[in-house]
Design a binder for this molecule. Sequence first.
Ligand code: SF4
Ligand code: SF4
Length: 200
Amino acid sequence: MVEDSHNKAAIKGLDPEFKFEVIQAGGEGLSACYQCGTCTGGCPSVEDMDYTPRQIIRMVAFGMREKVLNATTPFICASCYLCQMRCPRDVKITDVMAAIKSISIKYSNSSGNTKGQAFYTSFNEIVYNLGRLFEPMLMLKATFRSKESFGNKIKYLIKSAPLGIEFIKHRKFPLKPQKVESIEEVRKIYENVRRMEAEK
Ligand code: SF4
Ligand code: SF4
């Protein structure tokens, strides 16, 4: 009896349709995963992820929609395709990560901006507007856009300040934004990608 209520509680909150949503958005083959962990073993970004690639594939298959859409893993993924190349079951892991990222951005207004979403959205906004990245602006925009409390945002900025100063001292951060001459070309790339995504 107790076990039954535990099972019901575990199943509650799962979305069996989520897997199909991810497949539809381009994440093919995830049902074939047999959890060998090859993807995770070779992933260069795994140390910074909150869930490993293997776990994410499993979580999608289980329908853990909310957890997956709030995970930082797909945003940390460097899209290097190493896992996808090595997967013995031909799971399109990198494409699964991209699909989750795009669904996560689509629903970010309802679930709030996770750090990953905030970083990704801010990065693209700056590159679209300036034609290139301006790191100090990225740091501020991503921090204030995230769903962290105001106090945590300020704490994070204070904690990051010494590193930012070191970057500026070593000329790794520009002090003012620079626009690229061919900005229209950059914007065209963004607009084409947005159009292609809307057509999916
Ligand atoms: S390498 Fe492929 S089969 Fe193995 S855990 Fe990763 S996704 Fe699953
Ligand atoms: S594509 Fe992403 S998940 Fe796969 S190995 Fe590269 S960084 Fe890791």
